[in-house]
Design a protein around this ligand. Structure first.
Ligand code: FAD
Length: 273
């Protein structure tokens, strides 16, 4: 079973130290890689570079930087990728990114497929490129057919794999996997798994990224909003059942949105390895 964990770049020294410990704890199950998010439009880009180089230098789990292209020039992308290549980093999560409302200059890229094509043309298969997938449809897509076609374009442009937005409905993932297979896509589609640990935070994330929380889950989370122990137990049940269902249908890789915490991602990951 292939497992990966995602972090956001820490903003303080304390956050950095905590993340180092988190990484050490997660390393016990030998993850395939540790990825680090990247703020579209410049917000955390230097912090991402620092965090990624730190992972690559101070551990034995490979670092995989996220790279969003919106607002970037080709020259900035090359500058960053050259730094990653010099540090022996060979896996990139290539994204468009969310367009900040105050962004006036979109830059050289409009969509992620253009970034994938550019990386492949500049680096000739050096990087393993992972792209984003949306089993419940990307929130800005006009309809499911066009969203699937755009996803296929990213694979045709040279992506090697995909990681999904989180979801709590396994059928959405299976349908997506079937649909893209029918369109000729034959790459691993790794489910992105979001542990349930905080009601308000999950609600906010889900509103932002368009992931649906089924009503039967939402109602229970509401009930346990201030009882974190019950919420954690219930959340673990829901997400570990989801992982088991996915595993039973042939899923061989999982990506955990760790939120820079060891538990509950590690507990969930251990339940499927
Ligand atoms: P795209 O694949 O370009 O798609 C974006 C939208 O445009 C879709 O609706 C698609 O259907 C549509 N589209 C694509 N091509 C065309 C076309 N030619 N014409 C018209 N419409 C088109 N964001 C960050 O800022 N930083 C991160 O680190 C980050 N990490 C992520 C990791 C994962 C695993 C996932 C799933 C998402 C992540 N995101 C991150 C969020 C992502 O950047 C946003 O969801 C963004 O809105 C879309 O990015 P994308 O790469 O899927 O874009």
């Amino acid at each position: 079973m292939k497992i990966s964990f995602e972090f956001f770049p820490p903003r303080t020294n304390q956050g950095k130290e905590k993340l180092t410990q988190v990484r050490q704890s997660l390393s016990v199950i030998s993850p395939e890689y540790f990825s680090t998010t990247f703020g579209a439009g410049g917000t955390t880009q230097n912090a991402t570079l620092k965090a990624v180089l730190d992972i690559q230098k101070n551990g034995n789990i490979p670092a995989a930087p996220h790279l969003s292209c919106i607002g970037s020039e080709k020259s900035n992308i090359v500058e960053l990728l050259d730094k990653y290549k010099s540090a022996n980093i060979n896996r990139i999560i290539a994204l468009r990114g969310d367009i900040p409302s105050d962004m006036h200059d979109i830059g050289d890229f409009h969509y992620a497929n253009e970034l994938v094509e550019f990386i492949q043309s500049e680096y000739n298969d050096y990087f393993h490129i992972q792209v984003a997938a949306y089993p419940e449809m990307h929130p800005q897509a006009n309809n499911i057919a066009s969203d699937l076609a755009h996803f296929v374009n990213k694979i045709k442009a040279g992506a090697n794999g995909a990681t999904t937005q989180y979801f709590y409905n396994a059928d959405a993932y299976f349908r997506f996997r079937d649909d893209v297979q029918k369109l000729g896509v034959d790459i691993p589609i790794t489910p992105g798994i979001m542990p349930i640990i905080n009601y308000t935070q999950l609600l906010n994330f889900s509103n932002m990224c368009g992931a649906q929380i089924p009503k039967w889950i939402l109602e229970r989370l509401k009930l346990y909003e201030t009882d974190l122990e019950s919420l954690g137990d219930f959340g673990f049940d829901v997400v570990s059942n989801l992982c088991q269902t996915l595993k039973s249908q042939g899923v061989g890789s999982f990506h955990f949105y760790s939120m820079n915490r060891t538990e509950p991602s590690l507990k969930l990951a251990k339940s499927i390895v």
